[in-house]
Design a protein around this ligand. Structure first.
Ligand code: TXA
Ligand code: MG
Length: 333
C-alpha cells in the first residue's frame, strides 16, 4: 500500500529515511513527478527499472541540490558552470563526463562514461535533497510507455503499489520534462526539448547549440534510441555452461557445476577473471552490478567474457537485452 503524504518536516524526514534504506519515493519537481531512489545505491536504482517495467536500461537523471554537489560526481567545464549559473535550479539537465571516482551507481549511466545531472526548482525536491544529503536518481514517475505524471493522483494510478511514499504537492508547474543538454562533447547538443530552449542556452554560451532528437525522419520510439550503448571491447558469449581457457566468467547464481574446458573448476579462475552478478540469483542485485562487472572483466588479456544464463523475467529482461546488445556489438566479423 502506498502512502500519499503532504510534504511536512516529518514526511520529508520519513522520505529521507526510506531513501536511505533503499526504498523508492516519489517526489514532485517543477517539470514532472520523479520516481526517486538513492543514486549511490545500485540496488535501489535497479528497483526504479523494476517498478517502471522498462524492458531495457536507459540512463536516468540524478538530482542534486546545487552545482557544487554536482561537481562531486561529474566534471563541469566553464560551459557547464555558465549553464548551471544561468538555469539552475530549473528545468535543465546536463549530460557531463563522470568523474573517475564518481560514487553514483553505474546503473544511473547505463554503463556510459557520462551522467545526467539536474538541480530541480521545486521547494519539496530541494528540501528532500538537503534532508537526505543524497543524490537522487529519478526518471519521470510513470510506467514505461505511458505519459509522464504531473499530479500525485496520476502517479498513484500507475505506480501506487510499487513505491513506499508519494510526496504529494499538487500539479507540476512546467508539465513537460526538462531540457536535456549534452555537454560531454565539443559541440553542445540538445537531446530533448524542454522549457529552456537551445536559443537561451546559445545566448549563455555565446556559441551554436545543436539539436539531436534522434528523429532522423522516422518516428522516435524512445529517447533511449539516441544513445550510443556501452559495449565491452572484448567479445561476449551468452548462455555459457562452461568456461574456455582465456575466458573471463560473468556468473549468475551458484557456480558449483561450472567447469573450465580441459579441466578445472570455475572456482579456480583468478579474481580478475571472475565476477558473480548475484551468487544468490537475485535479479535486482544482478542489475545493480551489471555495468560495473562488465567493465571490470573487459580486459585485453581475456579472449571473451562468458556469461551464464539469466532468467528472462522481471529485471532479467532488461539485463538480457543489454547483454544481447553487448554480444552483438562485440562479435568479431
Ligand atoms: O524533468 C525531468 O527531467 C524529469 C524529472 C523527474 O526530473 N526526469 C526525467 O527523467 O524525465 P527520465 O529518466 O524519464 O529522462 C531522462 C532522459 C532520457 O531521455 C535519457 O535517455 C536521457 O535523459 N539521458 C539520461 N542520462 C543520459 C546520458 N548519460 N546520456 C544521454 N542521455 C541521457
Ligand atoms: Mg521519462
Amino acid at each position: 500500500m502506498t502512502l500519499l503524504k503532504v510534504p511536512t518536516p516529518e514526511s520529508l524526514r520519513e522520505a529521507s529515511d526510506l531513501l536511505k534504506s533503499g526504498k523508492l519515493v516519489v517526489l514532485p519537481t517543477e517539470t514532472v513527478y520523479g520516481l526517486g531512489a538513492n543514486a549511490l545505491d545500485g540496488e535501489a536504482v535497479a528497483r526504479i527499472f523494476a517498478a517502471k517495467g522498462r524492458p531495457h536500461f536507459n540512463p536516468v537523471i540524478v538530482h542534486v541540490p546545487d552545482a557544487l554537489t554536482a561537481q562531486k560526481y561529474v566534471s563541469m567545464d566553464a560551459r557547464a558552470r555558465a549553464v548551471a549559473a544561468a538555469f539552475w535550479p530549473g528545468p535543465l539537465t546536463m549530460i557531463l563526463p563522470r568523474l573517475e571516482n564518481c560514487a553514483v551507481s553505474e546503473l544511473c549511466s547505463a554503463g556510459l562514461a557520462t551522467l545526467a545531472v539536474r538541480v530541480p526548482a521545486h521547494p519539496v525536491a530541494l528540501a528532500l535533497l538537503k534532508e537526505s544529503g543524497l543524490p537522487i536518481a529519478a526518471p519521470s514517475a510513470n510506467v514505461s510507455g505511458q505519459v509522464s505524471a504531473t499530479t500525485p493522483q496520476h502517479v498513484a494510478e500507475g505506480l501506487g503499489d510499487k513505491v513506499a511514499l508519494i510526496l504529494a504537492a499538487g500539479p507540476c508547474a512546467v508539465g513537460v520534462e526538462s531540457t536535456v543538454l549534452d555537454l560531454s562533447g565539443e559541440k553542445p547538443v540538445v537531446l530533448r526539448p524542454g522549457a529552456i530552449t537551445a536559443e537561451q542556452i546559445a545566448d549563455v554560451l555565446d556559441s551554436d547549440v545543436g539539436y539531436d532528437f534522434g528523429d532522423h525522419g522516422d518516428k522516435v520510439k524512445s529517447p533511449g534510441q539516441l544513445l550510443k550503448h556501452y559495449a565491452p571491447s572484448v567479445p561476449v558469449r551468452l548462455n555459457a555452461v562452461d568456461v574456455a581457457p582465456g575466458e573471463a566468467l560473468l556468473a549468475f547464481g551458484a557456480i558449483k557445476f561450472m567447469g573450465i574446458k580441459g579441466g578445472g573448476s570455475a572456482r579456480d579462475l583468478p579474481a580478475t577473471a571472475f565476477r558473480n552478478l548475484s551468487d544468490t540469483g537475485d535479479l535486482n542485485q544482478a542489475a545493480a552490478n551489471l555495468f560495473r562487472m562488465l567493465r571490470e572483466l573487459d580486459r585485453p588479456e581475456h579472449t571473451q567474457i562468458a556469461v551464464m544464463n539469466i532468467p528472462d523475467q522481471g529485471l532479467g529482461i532488461a539485463i538480457n537485452d543489454r547483454l544481447k546488445r553487448a554480444a552483438a556489438g562485440s562479435r568479431k566479423v
